[in-house]
Design a protein around this ligand. Structure first.
Ligand SMILES: *Cc1c(COP(=O)(O)O)cnc(C)c1O
Length: 381
């Protein structure tokens, strides 16, 4: 089976992890801050806070922005569950903004329209989470302008998008947002095994997420609420979690980030080759907006026609091609249906969800394997 995504592990990665195993620290040693520094450097963010997953990072980003019961968070229905679930962890309500039928990202026009309507009804969101779907940045300048006009905060879910850029601005720089979230799950652009990171330029938000990552604990006497009785003392100031990343994971991530640029280049070259090979096939190919560089986490095509995508999916799986679907819309999951969401609420995302098919794409996919994928797709269509 040719999988839809696959990690790339080199001898340098293995050596980096082995070195940690022989060192004094398996966790809370020097490897985590080194990884945070390396990611902050390539994304040009001031602070990076590493965690055990992007899901944890989304949760703490919401808490740091004071999301709570009675508040509202909006995200895209075309995403992984975690972009919406983070609001529910905080007791807040979720709503969605429909997608653009060409970029498959949250549609900025739909966002503006929904904000106008929400202001009239006194139900504006506290946080909006745009998702850089497949690695393509959203229209962040416009979403940022809307945030100033309507008074919401922005968390970018860039789980697909490290290594991408918009008008030369690297994804993760937080130029047009409060916090950006990255995932280092093995199918993503670079991996630490499991892992995630929150990036921000705001020192207060960085301190808050760092504290929440480790039980809400403070060890610096200068930050304590009461005088420290001794060097051994730590103070819990709020209810936090254990969302820490280990040094083992961080060492793998740091070793991988050296190859970020070559990974993104390889993904773009393969995506360009798919575009050429599929030019005469009746499928809709990804549209990358002018000024954007996609990290190309996913190469998705849309196949129109009632039930056609499902038929093509089965044919390709039987031919040994590990195609996948990203995503069935989040609002139609039984959990979200139980909160009142129904079919017809976000029609662009729903039609997209019936037509989307993710083709294999990862740096070590060979051109021969890619030809096999294209042959199987042509035969199935
Ligand atoms: C993978 C992913 C996540 C969750 O990442 P984890 O590191 O597995 O928690 C969140 N959002 C999106 C868009 C993702 O693709």
């Amino acid at each position: 089976m040719i999988p839809y995504g696959r990690q790339d592990i080199t001898q340098a990665d293995i050596d980096a992890v082995t070195a940690v195993l022989g060192s004094d620290f398996l966790t809370q040693g020097p490897a985590v801050p080194r990884f945070e520094g390396a990611v902050a450097a390539v994304t040009r963010a001031r602070h990076g806070i590493a965690m055990n997953s992007a899901t944890s990072a989304l949760h703490l980003a919401c808490l740091a922005l004071d999301l709570g019961k009675g508040d509202l968070l909006w995200t895209s229905p075309n995403t992984f569950l975690a972009s919406a679930n983070c609001a529910r962890y905080c007791g807040a309500d979720v709503d969605f903004v429909d997608i653009d039928p060409l970029t498959w990202n949250m549609c900025a026009d739909a966002l503006e329209e929904k904000l106008r309507h929400a202001r009239k009804h006194g139900r504006l969101p506290k946080i909006v989470i745009p998702v850089h779907f497949g690695g393509q940045p959203t229209d962040q300048e416009r979403i940022h302008r809307l945030s100033l006009e309507y008074g919401f905060r922005i968390i970018e879910d860039a789980s697909h998008a490290i290594g991408g850029s918009r008008h030369g601005e690297p994804v993760g720089s937080c130029r047009w947002s409060d916090i950006t979230i990255l995932s280092f799950h093995p199918v993503k652009i670079i991996t630490s095994g499991e892992g995630g990171m929150a990036l921000t330029n705001d020192t207060m938000l960085a301190d808050r997420m760092t504290q929440l990552r480790s039980h809400g604990m403070v060890r610096d006497p200068a930050l304590m609420k009461s005088p420290s009785p001794g060097e051994w003392y730590y103070e819990q100031q709020e209810l936090g979690f254990n969302y820490r990343m280990t040094d083992i994971h961080a060492a793998l991530g740091t070793s991988q980030i050296d190859r970020l640029a070559s990974y993104v280049e390889a993904r773009n070259t393969l995506a360009e080759r798919y575009n050429e090979l599929l030019a005469s096939v009746p499928v809709q190919r990804p549209l990358i907006t002018c000024g954007n560089t996609s990290a190309f986490h996913l190469y998705v095509v849309r196949i129109a026609g009632d039930g056609v995508r499902n038929r093509v999916y089965r044919h390709m799986r039987e031919a040994g091609i590990g195609v996948n679907v990203h995503y069935a819309p989040v609002h139609l999951q039984p959990y979200y249906r139980s909160l009142g969401f129904n079919p017809g609420m976000f029609p662009e995302a729903e039609t997209y969800g019936q037509e989307a098919l993710t083709l294999p794409l990862y740096p070590r996919l060979s051109t021969q394997e890619q030809d096999t994928v294209v042959r199987a797709l042509k035969a199935a269509v």
